[in-house]
Design a protein around this ligand. Structure first.
Ligand SMILES: [Zn+2]
Ligand SMILES: [Zn+2]
Ligand SMILES: [Zn+2]
Length: 147
């Protein structure tokens, strides 16, 4: 990790009034650098590989603190494991396809779909703040296995 990147993450944490502990930085760094949607236990294991002295309790607590500050998003894919990903800006919004066989998560963005959702809100005179779209099913790898 470069010193400049480190400094930038410290600054971000500071803006969110969180102490820039090395664990929090490592956590953000991990989530920023992956397309995976890890659960808390997976994050803990990943961090432990990179750094010694990582405690499970601290990782879980740090995650919740980052979720509270909306720096990290918590996703419920309905299988009893909460996943985490780095919160993205408005312009980086995406939705998810989730394979029920292997757990693979595919991110997608579809402008038409987004526009339709806004149209629905408008119809109901509803002001949306945020949404998450999860489509469950079987990925191409898994469906080719059963053919
Ligand atoms: Zn969306
Ligand atoms: Zn699959
Ligand atoms: Zn995602």
């Amino acid at each position: 990790m470069s010193a400049a990147e480190n400094q930038e993450l410290k600054q971000v944490l500071h803006e969110h009034e969180l102490k820039a502990t090395s664990q929090r930085i490592a956590l953000l760094k991990l989530l920023e650098g992956t397309q995976e949607h890890f659960d808390a236990e997976e994050i803990y294991l990943e961090l432990r590989e990179r750094q010694k002295n990582v405690s499970r309790a601290t990782v879980y607590r740090s995650l919740e603190a980052l979720v509270d500050q909306a720096m990290v998003s918590k996703l419920d894919f309905g299988d009893g494991r909460m996943r985490y990903e780095r919160s993205k800006g408005e312009d980086e919004h995406h939705d998810h396809l989730i394979c029920e066989q292997c757990g693979k998560v595919i991110e997608f963005f579809n402008l038409e779909m987004e526009a339709q959702q806004l149209a629905v809100c408008e119809e109901h005179d509803f002001t949306p703040s945020t949404h998450t779209m999860h489509i469950f099913g079987t990925c191409s790898d898994c469906s080719s296995l059963t053919k």
